[in-house]
Structure formats: C-alpha cells, structure tokens
Design a protein around this ligand. Structure first.
Ligand SMILES: [Zn+2]
Length: 216
C-alpha cells in the first residue's frame, strides 16, 4: 500500500459537527444513564451539574475533530536561507483518548522532518499533534496520521515521528499495569532509508521508552 493511500484512510474527513450530531441535551441525558449504570443517583446534589460538566469536558477532549490537520500546516515559509538540516520538536505532551475504552492516553510526541523547500512554524507541529490527539485514537494510528500528514503537506525529504505514552486502559482497568509505556514510530523518506538520519533523530530525542512519561 502506498503512503498516500494510507494517509487517505488514516485521516478522518468528516468533522463531528453537522447532521446527525446529537444535541447537548441528548448528550447530557446519556451521561445521566451512565451515572445510573455506575450505581449512583444523577439527581443527588453532588451530581446535578455533572452531566453538563462532562459534556463541556468532552468538547475539550475531542476538540481535534473540529480542526483540519492539513489546514494547520498550510502556511509555510520558503525563505529559509538554505537551512537544510533536521528540524525536531521533542517532548510535545499530548492527551488523547483510547478508542476502545474512552480513557486517557497521556504521553509525548517527538516530531521531526528534513525540509526540502518549505518549513512550517514550529508551533504548528504541536498543533498538528493536538489535532490528532484530541480524538478517539489508537496510538499506532495517531503516529501514522501525524507523520503522513506532515509528509503530504510539506513534502520534505523525510519525516520521523515517535510517540511514547501511558494508557489508562492498562493502568486503571484490565491488567492494571502502571508504569508501562508504549512506544510507536513512523519513519518516512530519508528517516527510513538513511540510518544516519534516523540515528541523529533518535540521539536528539534521547532514548524513547526510557524517558519518563506521566503515568496518570
Ligand atoms: Zn483502551
């Protein structure tokens, strides 16, 4: 499968707004159902405002659906005075949500590229990570989405993305293993074909898997 095909499949096109989206009231009702399912009483004083708070929290947790990752990278700079070395943004903290259990995945992203002609403002790399993190995700897919989008929009010589994260679905339920970090990576272009480029990237970001990740 080509990289371009993968990108198409990996990138959600439909924003969450639009026809078929439930109303705020319906969403709050759904929270009341879950509160009852947990065994509590949504009508008791302490829980009265909880459905509204949860729905507002969801707006933050899943804000990524409202952002177009390609749009974030659309403003590029071509005047780089011949700069053609690796650009790395490391330790980008992200908060994402496991699509299987809807609990947090908290970690860091390291994003690098070797520019061909164009560079992008460095804060845009962090916003790109957030646009994909603030959705229901699996870490492997999120890693590929970040790398493929960067590759497609900037068309650099290469892209490297490493994600290290702790999954609350492993620490607070299921096997209950705290302190476990999952590391995923995607290397494209020279990051894949040139071992020295890959080594340079890995040296800059330290030693993924050994670095501490907030294990909340
Ligand atoms: Zn999970």
């Amino acid at each position: 499968m080509s990289d371009a095909k993968k990108t198409e499949e990996n990138t959600p096109k439909e924003p969450k707004t639009g026809a078929g989206r439930p109303s705020r009231e319906q969403a709050e009702d759904a929270v009341r159902v879950l509160l009852r399912w947990a065994g509590d009483d949504p009508a008791r004083e302490g829980l009265i405002d909880t459905p509204a708070r949860v729905v507002r929290a969801y707006e933050e947790f899943f804000a990524g659906y409202d952002h177009d990752p390609r749009e974030i990278l659309s403003r590029t700079f071509s005047e780089v005075d011949g700069y053609d070395e690796m650009i790395v943004l490391k330790d980008i903290r992200f908060e994402s949500y496991c699509e299987h259990h809807m609990v947090p995945i908290i970690g860091r992203a390291h994003v690098a590229y070797l520019p061909e002609h164009r560079v992008v403002g460095i804060s845009k790399l962090a916003r790109l990570v957030d646009a994909f993190a603030k959705r229901l995700q699996i870490q492997e897919k999120m890693t590929a989405q970040i790398a493929d989008t960067l590759n497609e929009v900037l068309q650099p010589k290469g892209v490297g993305v490493i994600l290290e994260a702790a999954h609350q679905c492993m620490s607070t339920r299921g096997v209950h293993k705290a302190g476990v970090t999952m590391v995923t990576s995607r290397m494209l272009g020279t990051f894949r074909s040139d071992p020295s480029t890959r080594r340079e990237f890995l040296a800059i970001v330290g030693n993924p898997g050994v670095m501490s990740v907030p294990n909340t």
